[in-house]
Design a binder for this molecule. Structure first.
Ligand code: ZN
Length: 184
């Protein structure tokens, strides 16, 4: 904003449109949204890990690494938010190196990409879709672990679960995740 004198002697207040408007533009582009989803099929004889927490259940999830469907979806959401590819481009499932790997490794890489792009996490929201086990009794522990892995507060992590009514996916766990990032 600048103040000068008009030709008739009255003060004239001028707004520097460029700087004012650009400031607003900056606040708009200083946030980015990311979305990720994943699914894994149940497999007997392996531990069940969801959100970095091992849940007491008779079977776990098959597939990439330790099959942590929630951490995989969060990883993809974070990478997507900064347009940095997806989990498979960093950790190909075809590479035997990642068989049984702790999915916290993938999350750490995604977090690094977010920080490299100059952003931090505003919040993460997730929905798990599974017929069993019940997530309610474990939701707090999952929320705490995810917050810890991401270096954010509990209030920045949403953990929700639904049963797959009419979807025919009783033998799988599905995770949907949305993240919001803010410019550092
Ligand atoms: Zn996965």
């Amino acid at each position: 904003m600048a103040v000068s004198t008009r030709f008739d002697g009255l003060p004239e207040v001028r707004f520097d449109l460029l700087s004012d408007q650009c400031h607003q533009c900056e606040s708009v582009v200083s946030m980015r949204i990311g979305y990720g989803w994943d699914s894994h099929e149940f497999q007997p004889g392996v531990p069940l890990k969801i959100g970095g927490v091992e849940l007491p259940f008779g079977k776990g999830l098959a597939g990439h690494s330790d099959g942590d469907v929630l951490l995989h979806a969060i990883t993809d959401a974070l990478l997507g938010a900064v347009a940095a590819g997806d989990i498979g481009s960093y950790f190909p499932p075809s590479d035997p190196k990642w068989k049984g790997a702790d999915s916290a490794i993938f999350l750490a890489e995604a977090l690094k990409q977010v920080q490299r792009a100059g952003y931090r996490i505003a919040n993460v929201d997730s929905t798990l879709i599974l017929s069993e086990p019940k997530i309610g009794p474990h939701a707090k522990k999952i929320q705490q672990r995810v917050a810890e892995l991401l270096g954010i507060n509990l209030g920045q992590v949403g953990i929700k679960a639904k049963t797959p009514e009419g979807m025919g996916t009783e033998n799988a766990v599905i995770a949907h995740v949305a993240v919001l990032l803010e410019k550092l």
